[in-house]
Design a protein around this ligand. Structure first.
Ligand SMILES: [Zn+2]
Length: 149
């Protein structure tokens, strides 16, 4: 099978995957909005909140994946698909079949990940520091609310 044929097959696969994801997305969004009908029980409400939270997360994952598929489909159409964005070499078809949204070859990916992992550690520390501060502020606010009541 030539690279072109393989890309065509991948294209078909992505189109049908996108269709499935759209159906799932509609379903998850539907559950999110339809879920709060006539339930007053506190435990049920908590359970419902969890479900809505879950479906909202699923929906956002699904819509992100749809955007990635859209981008890949556009690239296949205009012929820029399967080319490493960094070194411009053709990405092997086996890699594309395993990871259809990848935009770099294995070599560039590795270099990128090495750089990213040091960067991520730095960012993660900042993120948890910010989160901790926010939680401390929340606690102060709820305490002063209690004092007033
Ligand atoms: Zn590359």
């Amino acid at each position: 099978m030539s690279r072109k044929e393989a890309l065509l097959r991948l294209y078909d696969r992505l189109v049908s995957e996108r269709e499935l994801l759209r159906l799932k997305l509609v379903e998850d969004l539907g559950l999110t909005y339809a879920a709060d009908d006539g339930i007053n029980d506190l435990a049920e409400t908590a359970q419902l909140d969890e479900q809505i939270e879950l479906h909202t997360q699923l929906a956002s994952m699904e819509s992100r994946e749809i955007r990635e598929i859209d981008a890949a489909i556009d690239k296949i159409r205009d012929g820029s698909y399967g080319q490493c964005e960094r070194c411009q070499k053709a990405i092997p078809i086996a890699r594309l079949q395993a990871m259809p949204f990848t935009t770099s070859c294995i070599d560039c990916q590795r270099k990128l990940e090495q750089r990213r992992s040091t960067h991520d550690d730095f960012e993660a520390n900042w993120a948890s520091a910010v989160q901790y501060e926010r939680r401390a502020v929340d606690r102060e606010l709820s305490l002063s609310d209690l004092d007033q009541g």
